[in-house]
Design a protein around this ligand. Sequence first.
Ligand code: NAG
Length: 250
Amino acid sequence: EAPWTAHGLRGAQAQEGGARRQEELQGCPQELLGAKGKRFAKKRYAEKAQMKKTLKMHDESSSRQKVDDDVEEGAIPSYLLDRDPTQRAKVLSNTIKQKRKEKAGKWDVPLPKVRPVAEEEMFKVLRTGKRKTKQWKRMVTKATFVGPGFTRKPPKYERFIRPTGLRFTKAHVTHPELKCTFNLDIISVKKNPNGPMYTSLGVMTRGTIIEVNVSELGLVTPAGKVVWGKYAQVTNNPENDGCINAVLLV
Ligand SMILES: *[C@@H]1O[C@H](CO)[C@@H](O)[C@H](O)[C@H]1NC(C)=O
């Protein structure tokens, strides 16, 4: 066999990699060569990276925990004066984790799976004038949220019409621990599970994450600041019920 044939190459590689590599690759189809092999390797690499990430995330961070509580007031040496107590690290890292999760669009939500809504159901085609073809105007048939200073675009440029009758500014938000419901102002639509277009249009369907103004609940952050906005998930079909029910994400 010539050394540049596929079999020859494979033999050489196996020798190079040694026994461990052989062991790892056991059970994978041996005929994965060329582009196929590359694809396999890429997939495997991605899987491994993901696994490592997951393991790391579940790893309890070994940040310092110790706080000297028996030291008297005013006894901090001058070189420590501009440092915060170490316990804050935990809170901060938790906040960062939360932020990361939000960035990835992953929340631990009460309704993890919702029925996807098709475009035909979401929009109604509007025919205007004598135009026979290329109907480009759409009317949103679901509940929407528009900001407080909203003005409609001129008709010529308005592709999506959000009817006033289906615009909402308030939501009935239940606090899962207090078991109380409050009628809160909606601040924004954070994420519609059906896609970013619906998020930016402010469409609220079942499962949508909205931001509500919780100032009247009087919540405070660990740092002592008053919280305005908190996320909540819509749990009903607002277009059917004429109101929005949501559960606060805590
Ligand atoms: C939240 O509500 C309070 C009181 O009703 C108001 O003063 C504040 O401006 C609101 N915040 C936002 C972000 O809408």
